[in-house]
Design a protein around this ligand. Structure first.
Ligand code: GDP
Length: 366
């Protein structure tokens, strides 16, 4: 499953955001190291299309796409050297597909800041530095092994890997994250990917603000914007505590009302999930049957067999063809039979690039 890790210094609002995202209740308390175990929560991806298809198909159930969220606590200055509970948590980050970096952009004398003052840009750099040091450590342990092979000539793979390691090393030593380095060739890109570095993971900055700044942002948010403008990273302004409170409310109408009071049209959680999907180049295709209407997650650009493999590896291995209905055709014509009669059920082969919202039916040999 797709996994996003929430990182940030203690007391910036990670567990609060986590609570608001998953319905699991991590303990939000006003002291560092409150969330000791990495908390995992599962959130569903809101998708209106599933509801509309279900009105036609009347399935036994609707199964939306999900994203796993891990609350990774315990990152502090010195974590890469084993300070706090750091090292263990850096390992948790390695397993994630993307990083949600929470920055404290709210003032509150009652909430202790580990570094004594509110300064989201400094906080960001503290976390970045720990991740960069960890990457530097893994690069340095590899580089000495590869260097010999690469410089003795002969071994082409070693040469490629060496180039990649060198480039990353140069960036990291200057205090830059590995994601700032781009590679031209397919081979280099693959070698870069195979290193599973922490600072190559896509990052989304969540500026955690007070209710009053929920819609407008504030001066702290502007500082963050300025600091990350060259990273090409996404920034999201979320009032985590307000939204966590709202998420506790029973009825949808009530939640909507409180959101509007805070000047918001959509909850921060929804915006966050959507942004994470876009950032990771993810899309969903749909299967619609009597048993279930279900959303499946794949990476933009994947072809039909690869998408079939998301459902089951056998589907990919024995792939024969795909029957594809466009979502709009399905809704407009009102049934699969009507789509078929209209000649709009498309038969596609191995080379078909699946499109977001396609309703797929795979044919395969077992
Ligand atoms: P974590 O250590 O990063 O997981 O931080 P928590 O989520 O436990 O939050 C630490 C404290 O800050 C808790 O007492 C929260 O209620 C409080 N907090 C979180 N977000 C906000 C916010 O937007 N405004 C204010 N005033 N307090 C917040």
């Amino acid at each position: 499953a797709l996994q996003c890790g929430i990182v940030g210094l203690p007391n910036v609002g990670k567990s609060t955001l986590f609570n608001c995202l998953s319905n699991a209740k991590a303990q939000a308390a006003n002291f560092p190291f409150c969330t000791i175990e990495p908390n995992v929560g599962v959130i569903t991806v809101p998708d209106e299309r599933l509801t509309r298809l279900a009105e036609i198909v009347h399935p036994g159930r609707i199964v939306p796409a999900t994203v796993e969220i891990v609350d990774i606590a315990g990152l502090v200055k010195g974590a890469s050297k084993g300070e706090g509970l750091g090292n263990q948590f850096l390992g948790n980050i390695r397993q994630t597909d993307a990083i949600i970096h929470v920055l404290r952009c709210f003032d509150d004398g009652n909430v202790v800041h580990v570094d004594g003052s509110v300064d989201p840009v400094r906080d960001k750099e503290i976390i970045d530095t720990e991740l960069q040091l960890k990457d530097l450590e893994s690069i340095e342990s590899k580089i000495s092994k590869v260097e010999k092979l690469a410089t003795m000539g002969g071994n082409k793979d070693a040469k490629v890997e060496y180039t990649v390691l060198k480039a990353y090393h140069d960036a990291l030593i200057q205090g830059k994250s590995a994601r700032t380095v781009q590679f031209d060739t397919k081979e280099e890109q693959q070698a870069a990917h195979d290193l599973f570095l922490l600072t190559t993971k896509p990052v989304l900055y969540v500026c955690n603000v007070d209710e009053a700044s929920a819609a407008t942002g504030n001066a702290y948010v502007e500082q963050v914007r300025e600091a990350v403008k060259d990273e090409g990273a996404e920034i999201l302004v979320v009032a985590a505590r307000t939204e966590a409170d709202i998420a506790e409310l029973e009825s949808f109408e009530e939640r909507q009302m409180f959101l509007e009071d805070a000047g918001l049209t959509e909850s921060g959680c929804n915006r966050l999930i959507k942004t994470a999907f876009r950032m990771l180049n993810l899309e969903t295709f749909i299967t619609a049957g009597e048993m279930e209407v279900k959303a499946w997650t794949y990476r933009k650009g994947w072809k039909a067999p690869q998408c079939a493999g998301v459902i089951h590896t056998d589907f990919e291995r024995g792939f024969i063809r795909a029957e594809v209905i466009k979502y709009d055709d399905y809704i407009r014509l009102g049934s699969e039979a009507a789509v078929r009669d209209a000649g709009l059920l498309h038969i596609e082969g191995k080379e078909y690039v699946v499109q977001d919202g396609d309703i797929m039916h795979f044919r395969f040999n077992v």
